[in-house]
Design a protein around this ligand. Structure first.
Ligand SMILES: Cc1ncc(COP(=O)(O)O)c(C=O)c1O
Length: 405
């Protein structure tokens, strides 16, 4: 894969920030959009814009076809039946959908929801809300000193009280790739459902929900070259069929009387109101773009650049790197601290040199507590990052260290 050639597809990368060429290493927060996506969204807005599933006129038909084509492309990407794919506005909304529409109707007092210590707040707080309403209890699978989930502890936590195992596919702080298929097999033995947060996985590796055998899989477009405002939830159709809706409104109904309604088929039962249409069209274009590069090539590139970053960072004095140190078993990101320099200071100084990284708690406060820190720095890579981006990061970190003596 030629990252230098791919860079040329991303106009936003060609600018100066604070007098330096931009080095964008905050792809874990959001990725950029290639011209293929920007142009397709613009073309849709200029030529096809209309609402979906409602209008008999030509524009309405065209918009509906493109919207449903995006769903089919996503279904193919995830090896999932398309009637189980629900469009939402974000991964956060997808996880809340499961916790609300499944959790509130299936959990009862004393039931247990297993999460992990490495979850993003989206996959923690949504379950806290469901547990508060039902009397269910949350327990967490611990992370060991290498940033790996403790599978022995997981097996001990599992019991016939366990109703949900909610686990991230890839940690947005540690980069750890969790063994979802093995964990799902164990969860199913005790009759629990498995909810997987794929926000940091789908953009970076081939994901096959059938092989993972989870029951729900959440993802988001903006981390995979699509616009913001489009997320998705895959749910096992047999479970979705028997679930109550999340929101009520237009398009999610078959018929409505004053005092009751009958609901539309899945996935439409879970897509009340006007969905994010041009965003879905953009997601379809983003999937085409990423498919064209090829998922093996994307993964190989990220492993390679992460290995280079881990090596270069390890040579810096006074550095702590969190999570696995082997690029082969993690996704394309590195979290670290340098001495006792606060990550916000590091982030600000690096920005002064045009280098964009994330500094903070990464919406993973329980994990920060476990690591014994308030915050970390995170450099996260994508298809357009090169070795020279890593070199610019290391140079900027060296001058940051000099500044703090
Ligand atoms: C692991 C993980 N889950 C969920 C989310 C939330 O995604 P969204 O921004 O689409 O709500 C993020 C975003 O940072 C994430 O990293």
């Amino acid at each position: 894969m030629d990252a230098e050639a791919i860079r040329k597809d991303f106009p936003v990368l060609f600018q100066q920030v604070n007098g330096y060429p931009l080095v964008y290493l905050d792809n874990g927060a959001t990725s950029h959009r290639p011209l293929a996506v920007i142009d397709e969204v613009k073309r849709f807005e200029e030529e096809d814009n209309s609402n979906v599933h409602r209008s008999v006129h030509t524009l309405g038909q065209r918009a509906t076809v493109l919207f449903e084509e995006a769903r089919t492309k996503l279904a193919t990407l995830l090896n999932a039946p398309s009637n189980g794919l629900i469009f939402t506005k974000s991964a956060t909304e997808s996880l809340n959908l499961v916790a609300y529409a499944w959790g509130r109707h299936h959990l009862t007092a004393g039931d247990e929801v297993l999460i992990t210590e490495m979850e993003h707040h989206s996959n923690i707080v949504s379950w806290q809300l469901a547990c508060k309403d039902t009397g269910a209890i949350i327990r967490a699978i611990p992370v060991d000193e290498n940033g790996i989930l403790d599978q022995a502890a997981y097996e001990k936590l599992l019991s016939n009280k366990t109703k949900v195992v909610a686990v991230t596919h890839v940690s947005n702080v540690l980069g750890t790739i969790n063994p979802i298929a093995e964990m799902a097999a164990k969860a199913h033995e005790v009759g629990a459902i498995v909810v997987c947060d794929g926000a940091q996985a789908v953009p970076h590796m081939a994901v096959d929900v059938k092989a993972l055998d989870c029951d729900f899989y959440a993802g988001t477009g903006h981390k995979m070259c699509a616009p913001t405002g489009i997320g998705f939830l895959w749910g096992r159709p047999s479970i979705l069929e028997n679930m109550e809706p999340f929101h009520g409104g237009g398009d999610m109904i078959l018929d409505v009387w004053i005092d009751h309604s009958t609901y539309n088929d899945i996935p439409y039962k879970f897509e009340a109101g006007t969905p994010p249409i041009s965003q879905a069209v953009g997601l379809g274009a983003a999937i085409d773009y990423l498919n064209h590069i090829g998922w093996d090539a994307i993964r190989e590139h990220e492993v390679e650049i992460t290995r280079y970053a881990l090596d270069r960072l390890a040579a810096l004095p006074d550095i702590t790197v969190y999570g696995p140190k082997d690029a082969e078993i993690k996704a394309g990101l590195v979290s670290f601290n340098i001495g006792d320099i606060h990550p916000h200071d590091v982030g600000t100084i690096l920005d002064g040199k045009g280098v964009a990284i994330r500094a903070g708690h990464h919406c993973a406060k329980p994990l920060m507590r476990k690591l014994g820190v308030g915050a970390t720095n995170r450099a996260s890579f994508y298809i357009y990052n090169t070795h020279s981006d890593v070199d610019a990061l290391v140079d900027a970190l060296e001058s940051c260290r000099e500044m703090f003596g």
